[in-house]
Design a binder for this molecule. Sequence first.
Ligand SMILES: Cc1cc2nc3c(=O)[nH]c(=O)nc-3n(C[C@H](O)[C@H](O)[C@H](O)COP(=O)(O)OP(=O)(O)OC[C@H]3O[C@@H](n4cnc5c(N)ncnc54)[C@H](O)[C@@H]3O)c2cc1C
Length: 374
Amino acid sequence: MRAVPTIAVVGTGPAGIAAARQLRDGADVHVVLIAPEGRSEYLPGTLTVATGDAYASQYKTRVELAGVEVLPATVDSIEPGGLRIEGSLLRADAVIAAPGLALDPVGRATRGETVGFWDPTGAEAAAPRIRAVERGVIDVVISSLPYRCPPAPYGLAMRLARRARQLDQQIQVRLVTPEEHPLAALGPVLGDALLAGFRNAGVEVSLGVEIDPDALANGVVTAGAGDRGGADLTIVIPRHRTSPLLADLVDSSSPLVTVDARFATEMAGVFVVGDAAASPYPRAADPAAWSGTIAAMAVLSELGFDHARTPLAPAPDCFVDHGDGAYGRIRITYPDGPPPRGQPAVAIDHAAPALAADFEAAHRHWRSVRVEGV
Ligand SMILES: Cc1cc2nc3c(=O)[nH]c(=O)nc-3n(C[C@H](O)[C@H](O)[C@H](O)COP(=O)(O)OP(=O)(O)OC[C@H]3O[C@@H](n4cnc5c(N)ncnc54)[C@H](O)[C@@H]3O)c2cc1C
């Protein structure tokens, strides 16, 4: 009798969860899903936590999937034939790695306050310092590209500006970005809409600013040769780096791992999916889940299980916080085929309080695919 193959999946973000579920549903395989504490964090909760309107724990959950072994651990390395976890080798017939992107540290400022975060846990640590600013200038600085969820820093700036207005605080919020136009890769219409949202919220924007990401480790925010200074609080979206787990699979030109159309890497039996993989789609949940599904199907096919159905192309969908409880939404499709040849079609749902219910529904859905009746 043939032994049941073991597939190891690293990470419980959208990519890892989609891969594990596809493997479990697609064949008789042993799926081991590994993440620290066996838990998952909902990254879109970052902004609410940053302004102290929610706790990070509200955006975390344990993972319990019927038919999937969840291993609470941090993977040390990927090795031929499996994973090294706390010194022991977990043997696997294939590995699907979805560790996301790592964040560079941002040091304490030499002038003014500087905080760096881009997940709910980091936002919770920064929240008291954000709330302590009652007047003056807050800068939201995008340190470099690529980063997770392109419109989210714009949402953070609008949320902060509207919160200050509501509290009758004299705070000027400014967004600083290296891009010449917001979200340039998605065409000018979306950027124009974000700039209009900024005008309504009273946020200033500086485009085309080159920040030195290396100086940020010391809390210094430099643009070109000079220290920017001037802000009472600087919130940095840190440089996004390759996960240490995948360091051997990248070169210095990009933090993203080169993969083929099935998300296979140059290392035999190892697939990389989600934010960590070089794909022409934005760093967003639906492309991450789509890539996890594609890789799982490729693994099953390599193991001899029949898997012909190809999932539809991803349709990234990002919420944009406008503050005062209103959300906008950006929906991206690729009617002319996948990028870079196919151009994105962008539909914008303008800011409305009613979309807050959709934001909450998305959070509930996120939870429901992680905790099933076991
Ligand atoms: C502020 C913000 C707002 C966002 N809003 C939206 C939105 O509205 N819509 C949208 O589509 N996307 C949004 N995103 C982006 C979206 O959350 C990411 O694109 C998505 O989470 C990427 O999924 P992933 O599975 O590749 O990685 P991640 O979600 O980053 O998950 C990585 C997983 O790997 C685990 N891991 C890492 N290293 C190891 C290791 N060594 N061993 C074991 N486990 C490990 C982590 O613990 C985690 O479970 C937002 C992101 C942010 C930061």
